[in-house]
Design a binder for this molecule. Structure first.
Ligand SMILES: NC(=O)c1ccc[n+]([C@@H]2O[C@H](COP(=O)([O-])OP(=O)(O)OC[C@H]3O[C@@H](n4cnc5c(N)ncnc54)[C@H](O)[C@@H]3O)[C@@H](O)[C@H]2O)c1
Length: 255
């Protein structure tokens, strides 16, 4: 019942972490997958893995913060597979830096990739989908865009911005068969988190997570794929937490 045969999906950030897990899951449901990433070696490796399994997949090197790259990515997708039904826009970068220490350079870097990149990518995919009268866009927000926390001025602003933009696009495109939603992962064990979370951050985070563990990329991918199904057509404008109960919780006592 849940199949994506005949659907083409762009997965940005698809060479690693949550994006890679999502690309694998989409391919397993028979979607054609375009992995878009800056990391060429890992991107080609992912495509080799998927095609060896008999899946349809290509890699396109693209910087999501570059409008020319984004347009070329969408064009390459249409040329190769002839349609674009799904955008999983997961490319992003993180940084932990206190508000008083955040430099203008770092602010521009983080918001440039996470927020401006999301605008460029979602607009370019949305243009094709609105024209075709069908689409599923899943953007990447974060718990950091919903709740406060130390060291996240630029990152949180970029992710809160993604959620706000997603809501606007979801309303504007609601009558066009295009749904636009976002994921808000909590702490997920990926390369990004290995860089961003030191031992103290890990201890502090775990204390607030009722499940008392970090999530896996596959647990986020499952939520992403759910939002991309044709059957999920009445869900739009939603920011879905995937966070082990972090957002729901307050004081957590043992027992
Ligand atoms: N891991 C978490 O705990 C967590 C929590 C909340 C949100 N997120 C978000 O999920 C997304 C994926 O994160 P992840 O943890 O899988 O990280 P990751 O570092 O494993 O993967 C991110 C991928 O994005 C690519 N990328 C970075 N900048 C790019 C650019 N400008 N253009 C194209 N590709 C680019 C990287 O090369 C990498 O392959 C990010 O947007 C991140 O902010 C992650």
């Amino acid at each position: 019942m849940f199949a994506l045969k005949g659907h083409t999906a762009i997965v940005t950030g698809g060479a690693s972490g949550i994006g890679l897990a999502t690309a694998r899951m989409l391919a397993a449901l028979d979607a054609s997958v375009v992995i878009a990433d800056l990391n060429e070696e890992a991107g080609h490796g992912a495509v080799a893995e998927l095609t060896a399994d008999g899946r349809k997949a290509i890699f396109v090197r693209a910087d999501v913060a570059d409008a020319d790259d984004v347009n070329a990515l969408v064009a390459a997708t249409l040329e190769k597979f002839g349609s674009l039904e799904i955008l999983m826009h997961f490319a992003g970068i993180g940084m932990e830096q206190g508000a008083l220490d955040t430099t203008r350079e770092n602010w521009d870097r983080i918001t440039g990739v996470n927020l401006t990149g999301s605008f460029l990518m979602m607009q370019a995919a949305g243009r094709v989908m609105v024209e075709n009268g069908y689409g599923r866009i899943v953007a990447m927000s974060s718990m950091a865009g919903i709740r406060g926390g130390t060291g996240r001025t630029a990152y949180a602003a970029s992710k809160g911005g993604v959620a706000a933009m997603m809501r606007v696009m979801s309303v504007e495109w609601a009558k066009s068969g295009v749904t636009v939603n976002a994921l808000a992962p909590g702490a997920i064990e990926t390369a990004l988190v290995k860089k961003m979370h030191d031992a103290e951050t890990r201890r502090a985070y775990l204390a607030g997570i009722p499940m008392d563990r970090y999530g896996t990329p596959e647990e986020v991918a499952a939520a992403a794929v759910y939002l991309a199904l044709p059957q999920s057509g009445y869900i739009t404008g939603v920011t879905l937490p995937v966070d082990g109960g972090f957002d729901a919780s307050g004081v957590i006592k043992d027992g």
